[in-house]
Design a binder for this molecule. Structure first.
Ligand SMILES: [Fe+2]
Length: 486
């Protein structure tokens, strides 16, 4: 029996949803652009059973995929759990069997398998497409293939044995010029190991080259960047150890004495050609974009000066201070003789860490970064849920060439999530298209999907779900050229 009554953060709007749904012809306000032909997929965590231990963290819930299928100006919705081994085991047992975040030593003996931690993934982070197939991903396990139309889970894959890592990033990157995909797995050979497996997939989904190397110290490697010539993998701050896991703690702690680090891997080089640059203590969860300019590699990303994860204990005993992310530029000079990089803050305005770009400019020179953020100049949130008071209320378009910020306000009672950019069919100009992202509305106890013209930053339509859809991790738009959509 499921009982969430003792979970302090799982009431009202933030209670688990725990149901699967189909809506034919969703309620819509405004006009859905008829050019929008494709599907917006979201992955979000949704507890099937209450966490055990009860203070397990919000990165652990079961994965759930939502699909908003757009065509001819109408939208259909479908939502299904990702049927991981973990989901099926819990469903059969009718209780939570899995312990703390990425600590298999805390699992129920019936499922405990520390040598194969990928078996306990919830696949709850990012929808990814590779060679015409849709996957649910999470960085602690293998991608789970999903049917793009029914959302049936087809199962995990190691790509026929070609993927030599226990885990696969939730943030692979596609080169828009060659259509190659770069992806990596960290803790590749086992819990807390320092090794990383990096590979390039060709357009057909075959691995054409791979690397294996060690990071300076084991840390969360959540995102990456890809330029025409380099792969960039940032990390640092978060730390782990087998001793820590044997003590029954969550996977990560925070060590403010540790430097941030950045691996720069030449796409045409070998593992011995990797350059490691070091910086001061930083949180860098997601990246925006990067490019190679002669002997320099330049990357923009939201970064904070300390730990942004409220659940990661500070090894120095400090209190969590919630440092703010700002959009910064890091420059790596490959001609330099030392391991230092330079950092510049591009915008003082705090933002969330969920930056996105027009993926047609990935790895190239570009202009716009899209991100949701809290705009204090918008109407106050009197009477809203305490968890929502300073939640993101606007989608922003941050112009890194002019410094201009254009925004679209989502509503006085709404919490906005990561916007995804959808190019206008037939267009080639950067930024010509729409932003799509969820706006959660606890006052109406429902989730809404905003469609915003990305050139004017004006809302053109909103899809209204008659229920709460859990807050997402990431979303992605794919069209009929990406997936065999029905
Ligand atoms: Fe992410």
């Amino acid at each position: 029996m499921a009982d969430f009554s003792s979970q302090p953060g799982m009431h009202g709007y933030f209670a688990p949803a725990r149901f699967e749904a189909d809506i034919y012809d969703c309620e819509v306000t405004g006009q859905i652009p008829t050019e929008l032909d494709g599907a917006f997929y979201r992955l979000h965590p949704d507890w099937l059973y209450p966490p055990n231990p009860p203070d397990d963290i919000a990165l652990s819930p079961d994965g759930y995929m939502s699909m908003f299928r757009f065509r001819n100006g109408v939208v259909d919705y479908k939502g299904r759990y990702v049927r991981t081994e973990r989901f099926e085991n819990q469903r059969a047992a009718r209780r939570q069997l899995y312990g703390y975040y990425r600590n298999p030593f805390t699992d129920d003996p019936s499922v405990r398998d520390p040598d194969h931690p990928q078996r306990r993934t919830t696949a709850n982070t990012t929808p990814v497409v590779l060679a015409g197939a849709l996957y649910a991903t999470k960085e602690d396990g293998l991608p789970h293939r999903m049917d793009p139309n029914t959302l049936e889970t087809l199962g995990p894959t190691d790509f026929g044995g070609a993927w030599k890592s226990q885990a696969f990033t939730a943030h692979p990157k596609v080169d828009p010029v060659t259509c190659e995909m770069a992806a990596f797995g960290y803790e590749a050979s086992g819990l807390c190991s320092r090794d990383v497996f990096l590979a390039i997939f060709d357009k057909a989904g075959s691995i054409t080259r791979d690397w294996r190397f060690e990071v300076p110290y084991t840390s969360m490697l959540h995102d990456m960047c890809l330029t025409r010539e380099h792969v960039i993998i940032p990390g640092g701050g978060s730390v782990t150890s087998l001793e820590r896991l044997h003590e029954g703690k969550i996977h990560w702690a925070w060590d403010s004495s540790k430097p941030s680090y950045y691996g720069i891997i030449p796409r045409d080089g070998d593992a011995k050609d990797i350059r490691w640059f070091l910086g001061p203590e930083r949180s860098i969860v997601h990246t925006a974009n990067a490019r190679t300019e002669g002997s320099k590699v330049v990357m923009e990303a939201p970064m904070a000066d300390g730990n942004t994860w409220p659940w990661f204990e500070d090894l120095a005993g400090g209190q969590f201070s919630a440092p703010k992310n700002t959009i910064r530029r890091i420059t790596f000079d490959l001609n330099s003789k030392d391991d230092r990089c330079t950092e510049e803050t591009l915008f003082a305005r705090p933002v969330t860490s969920f930056t996105r770009v027009d993926d047609r400019r990935l790895g190239l020179s570009y202009r716009y970064i899209y991100v949701q953020y809290f705009d204090p100049d918008q109407p106050a949130r009197a009477g809203t849920h305490p968890q929502m008071r300073y939640a993101a209320n606007s989608f922003g378009r941050f112009d890194i060439q002019t410094g201009e910020i254009r925004s679209c306000f989502g509503g006085e009672t709404h919490m906005l999530q990561e916007p995804s950019f959808v190019p206008r069919p037939g267009s080639t100009d950067e930024g010509d298209g729409w932003l799509i992202g969820t706006a959660h509305n606890p006052c109406e106890m429902r989730s809404e999907l905003m469609i915003v013209d990305a050139t004017t930053m004006e809302e053109v339509a909103r899809v209204i779900l008659p229920f709460r859809n859990a807050t997402q991790v990431h979303g992605a738009w794919f069209g009929p050229n990406d997936l065999p959509l029905a």
